[in-house]
Design a binder for this molecule. Structure first.
Ligand code: ASP
Length: 360
């Protein structure tokens, strides 16, 4: 039995057909996001809903309507979309921001359920929050009751019912709903379908052709999500880990292509990931790795040693020829460098040459 979650790019007029192709008789629960971006400058439904809540601007609501109308029209889905949208609009600004922002997932799930000929299971009925946080046990039992005896069900991600009304997870939270559904139904696999080939060592936009990490452990994935990898919500890991359910992160455009499997097995890669954040005009680069101390410090000092005079790589600071001091702090399985963006480009090149970042 499989639980599959589809990100917003899969739930767009032209891509919905890919979703359908993936669903097999082994699938039991499908969790969907709100309609996502159709092109790079497009705005996600959830962002439109947030703006609509604060402004009440009818043009913004029309943009939301347009997305869902086209989703049904392009895919020939026989649902009364006007009635759905009318009902959603009437509730949109009545029950608070989180309620409004959850409507994208609700609409997606109702439409996708009709498209797949599946049962619609309302997230309010199965995802339970307390005053603030998720009620795990209540959620598990509500879900196992709701999905029992259902052949295929579709549920909207990202939201559920709280003590004082509908409530959402943080952004990207459909991943969490998917993991909870996988746990409650004792799925043998949790598929998380996105528009990229799983988790890569470095940002594929910055490092051309960078290869996918084929397998990694739950704790490695957790470290990566916390370090800024956006491909999976950090709270989606625990429910799967608790029941040893592997998470497959794959590309819905090419389901047989490269993907990442998150399970109890540790990655074979020496270098797990390189992520960057801009902090006070400098670049903070976090390198997650599976090397021992001597190996990682050899990598870092090898890189800086090519161009800069390394004062004290083990200690912390690296003095450059321009008299700038960059810092490098090592902790277990992690090295954090604070440098400038030009240095990072060189670092990527160095890591590629050292075959620590592999390219396909
Ligand atoms: N639609 C929400 C977001 O854009 C939740 C999700 O996609 O998981 O963050």
């Amino acid at each position: 039995m499989i639980t599959a979650k589809f990100g917003g790019t899969a739930v767009t007029p032209r891509n919905l057909v890919y979703l359908k192709k993936i669903i097999s008789p082994f699938h039991k629960v499908v969790v969907v996001s709100a309609v996502g971006k159709e092109f790079s400058s497009d705005v996600k439904t959830t962002d439109l809903l947030e703006k609509y809540f604060f402004s009440g601007d009818d043009n913004i609501w029309k943009a939301v309507e347009d997305k869902y109308r086209r989703l049904t029209e392009v895919n020939g889905i026989g649902i009364d979309v006007d009635e759905l949208l009318f009902g959603a609009k009437a509730r949109a600004r009545r029950y608070g921001l989180q309620y409004c922002m959850s409507l994208g997932e609700e609409l997606s799930a109702k439409i996708v359920a009709e498209y797949l000929g599946a049962a619609y299971v309302e997230a309010d009925e199965v995802v339970r929050f307390g005053v603030r946080s998720l009620l795990f046990k209540e959620t598990m039992s509500a879900m196992s009751n709701a999905y029992k005896g259902v052949k295929l069900a579709v549920t909207g991600g990202y939201y559920g019912m709280g003590k004082y009304g509908r409530q959402t997870f943080s952004r990207g939270g459909s991943d969490v709903t998917g993991a909870l559904c996988a746990a409650a139904t004792m799925s043998s696999l949790y598929e998380n379908w996105t528009d990229v080939y799983g988790v890569c060592v470095a940002d594929p936009v910055k490092v051309y052709g960078v290869s996918t990490i084929r397998s990694m452990s739950y704790s490695e994935m957790r470290a990566l999500s916390r370090g800024g990898a956006e491909v999976l919500h950090p709270s989606a890991i625990s429910p799967a880990e608790r029941f040893s359910i592997p998470i497959k992160i794959g590309n819905f455009y090419n389901p047989q292509g490269a993907s990442t499997l998150v399970s109890q097995c540790y990655s074979q890669n020496k270098l797990l990931s390189v992520t960057e954040k801009r902090v006070d005009g400098k670049i903070k680069t976090t390198i997650l790795h599976n090397m021992n101390f001597a190996e990682i410090s050899a990598v870092v000092s090898g890189f800086f040693g090519e161009r800069y005079s390394v004062l004290n790589c083990f200690g912390v600071s690296i003095n450059t020829e321009k008299n700038k001091t960059y810092s490098c702090v090592f902790s277990k399985n992690k090295a954090v460098l604070v440098t400038e963006s030009t240095v990072i480009e060189d670092l990527y090149k160095y890591l590629r040459r050292a075959e620590l970042i592999k390219v396909d």
